[in-house]
Write a protein that binds this ligand. Structure first.
Ligand SMILES: CC(C)(COP(=O)(O)OP(=O)(O)OC[C@H]1O[C@@H](n2cnc3c(N)ncnc32)[C@H](O)[C@@H]1OP(=O)(O)O)[C@@H](O)C(=O)NCCC(=O)NCCS
Length: 219
């Protein structure tokens, strides 16, 4: 398939570009060692491949209405060609250390349950934002908790990240409650700081988890 081949080529070119030295030795080390798969008790988090496209499209089609507000880019995926371009973009962003996007599957099945991304990375610190969603029919089973906790473990213990933050709309009480349960602390409300997929401008809560607080012990 032409697009899949393009995805692989873009990825390989970007990987070669990594041989150019950047300013922050620490960041480069982390880029190279970002795990391509993370196993949790019930799930596998894995870097996207072009062959994941049909499953991604199915997940988006089933959840489009719930994705528009917070995940405009995903909600806009309507065809296999769209998804192949998306996976190619994610492949390139991974190779260049910009964003690390994982699909989430239940171990031993081919059914994708969600997605989690490490984005807006500041390598000098290093710090990053997480963005995640779980498909409607898989929610309230602890999958987001399990995925985020293991990703935090990798970020703090393996990759030396100092700060991980979330941006959550005030109306998203589920995600705020999830973040608090995981040990994220509130930093404050940023006024008029997020334009959602419906075009409306919102205030947004910032919550963070710093390496000094890891591992978090729930009461
Ligand atoms: C928020 C979201 C990721 C939670 O995924 P999940 O796998 O269902 O979450 P978990 O099962 O791990 O739930 C952990 C905790 O989150 C909170 N929570 C999750 N869903 C909730 C709901 N519908 N109502 C209230 N609290 C909820 C609860 O505190 C829950 O703990 P509990 O089950 O012991 O009460 C999921 O609802 C989702 O994808 N929402 C849409 C996308 C989104 O909002 N992403 C975050 C943008 S920043």
């Amino acid at each position: 398939m032409i697009l899949a081949a393009t995805a692989t080529r873009i990825g390989m070119e970007s990987l070669r570009n990594l041989t150019v030295k950047d300013k922050y030795g620490r960041g480069r080390m982390a880029e190279h060692s970002f795990p391509e798969t993370i196993d949790t008790q019930r799930l596998i988090l894995r870097r996207y491949r072009s062959e994941d496209s049909a499953g991604i499209l199915e997940l988006v089609q089933k959840n489009r209405a719930h994705l528009i507000r917070d995940f405009e880019q995903q909600a806009a995926l309507r065809s296999l060609a769209d998804v192949l371009a998306f996976t190619a973009e994610k492949y390139e962003q991974w190779a260049t250390g910009k964003t690390f996007c994982y699909g989430i599957w239940r171990t031993g099945t081919s059914e994708q349950v969600g997605q989690i991304q490490v984005k807006n990375i500041e390598w000098k610190i290093p710090s990053a934002e997480l963005g995640y969603f779980i498909g409607g029919s898989f929610q309230r089973r602890g999958y987001a908790t399990e995925s985020i906790r293991e990703l935090l473990r990798a970020l703090f213990e393996q990759l030396g990240f100092k700060r991980v933050f979330l941006r959550i709309l005030p109306a998203n009480s589920e995600s705020i409650s999830l973040a608090r349960k995981l040990g994220f602390r509130e930093e404050g409300l940023h006024r008029r700081a997020f334009r959602c997929g419906f075009g409306e401008l919102h205030d947004v809560h910032y919550l963070s988890f710093i390496q000094d607080d890891w591992p978090f012990q729930a009461n």
